[in-house]
Each structure stands twice: as C-alpha cells, then as structure tokens.
Design a protein around this ligand. Structure first.
Ligand SMILES: [Zn+2]
Length: 153
C-alpha cells in the first residue's frame, strides 16, 4: 500500500490556488449526449457548484487511477461500466488538471456517496453552462465540448 500524498494546496503561477500537490484528476462521463455532473456541497472549496467527480492525484497514481478512485469515493463509480477514451490536460505549469473522458455503460448508476457531493445529474452538452460551474471545470469545458463532438459524432 502506498500513502495518500496528494492532499494540499498549490499557489499557482496563474494567480489561483488549486487543490492537489501533484495536480488533480477527474472523470467526465458521457452517455447519450449528456455528461455526468456532480453538485458539490456548499462547505467544500468552491462549493455549491457543479463539476465532475475528481480530486487530488497521489504521486504514485496515474491520471486514470486517480480519476477512478475519486469517482468511486464520490459517486460510487463502478470501473467495470466505464470505457476511458481520451485524457484532456489543462496544464498551468505549476499545477495541472487532467480530465479523463470516458464512455459510461447503460448499466452505470451514479449515486451521491459522500458528504462532499449533494447530487449527481446527467446534463445535456448544451445545458452544461446553465449550471453554476466549478471554476476549473468551467475553464476546461469549452475545449472538452469540442473533444466530445469529435469523439461521439
Ligand atoms: Zn493555475
């Protein structure tokens, strides 16, 4: 077993403070023209916003390992029902957020699992920006939306 060593803040050259000493990773689950968004509780950093399941990556983890672990912790994600397709990296220099774009099987059921997650919802691509989005996800979404159009045409 290896330790969880990714928790902590990074003061980034972009002027913002980000969570994850080795960066963070998340999973963008896609099914039938919708993506799975998670409503984060008001008391977490950038709370009361919508984003994707994810969090700090540990030094020994791959992006995919971190995204799957966070998905399991936050929404009860079953890795058997997920097909990773591509990784989009948002590299700030001092910090990075990697998003695993993955196809979700029809059998996948996401639950709100822990105290950080209020609700999960499948949201049509065009409706994503009508949500109050987490800043990191809002920043990446325009590029992710283009990738989705290419991957799922
Ligand atoms: Zn930054």
């Amino acid at each position: 077993m290896t330790a969880r060593d990714g928790d902590g803040w990074v003061d980034c050259q972009c002027g913002n403070r980000h969570w994850g000493l080795h960066g963070s990773a998340g999973m963008l689950l896609v099914r039938n023209g919708s993506v799975l968004l998670q409503h984060r509780a008001p008391w977490v950093h950038n709370g009361d916003t919508w984003g994707i399941p994810g969090g700090a990556r540990d030094s020994h983890e791959t992006v995919l390992e971190a995204a799957l672990r966070e998905g399991a912790e936050e929404i009860g994600l079953n890795a058997d029902f997920v097909t990773p397709l591509q990784v989009h990296d948002d590299d700030h220099g001092d910090w990075r957020y990697d998003t695993v774009i993955a196809k979700a099987d029809d059998r996948l059921i996401a639950h709100e699992m822990n105290e950080e997650s209020l609700q999960v919802e499948w949201v049509k691509y065009d409706d994503v920006t009508s949500k109050n989005l987490h800043p990191s996800f809002a920043h990446a979404w325009p590029k992710l939306k283009v990738l989705l159009a290419e991957l799922f045409m």
